[in-house]
Design a binder for this molecule. Structure first.
Ligand SMILES: NC(=O)c1ccc[n+]([C@@H]2O[C@H](COP(=O)([O-])OP(=O)(O)OC[C@H]3O[C@@H](n4cnc5c(N)ncnc54)[C@H](O)[C@@H]3O)[C@@H](O)[C@H]2O)c1
Length: 103
């Protein structure tokens, strides 16, 4: 499938440490995207991130059905976004991260 124009874009993939999500993560990484996989299974997150071994991949253990877990992966996704070209048009902005603030 043609997937173009994704270089340095950010993708957050829930249930992304195995199965369909992991396949999508690998494909997006091939296209140069920054990928954040979120999965309830922390061991599988570690395994997948270790196998792929890409600087463009962040893995987070979180249960996406729990609102209180959302800040974990939103913070990781924010880091990926800040490292991407999508953030390059923003200067001097301040974003909340993990209860604190960072620029
Ligand atoms: N595999 C298929 O052919 C197929 C076809 C149609 C639909 N689906 C559906 O697509 C989805 C994914 O299928 P799959 O084969 O990749 O499944 P999978 O079990 O291989 O992967 C699902 C991943 O989601 C994670 N996960 C489950 N609950 C979670 C939660 N609350 N928070 C975060 N992560 C969570 C699991 O730990 C696992 O890593 C399923 O809902 C499945 O029913 C699959």
């Amino acid at each position: 499938m043609a997937l173009k124009g994704l270089k340095d874009k950010v993708a957050v993939i829930t249930g992304g440490a195995q199965g369909l999500g992991a396949g999508i993560a690998r494909r997006l990484l091939e296209e140069g995207a920054k990928v954040c996989v979120v999965d309830i299974n922390g061991d599988q997150v570690d395994k997948f991130v270790g196998e792929v071994n890409s600087p463009n991949l962040i893995g987070v253990q979180a249960d996406v059905s729990k609102e209180e877990d959302a800040e974990k992966y939103m913070a990781a996704a924010l880091v990926a976004w800040l490292l991407s070209d999508e953030s390059s048009f923003v200067t001097g902005a301040v974003y909340p991260v993990d209860g604190g603030w960072t620029a």
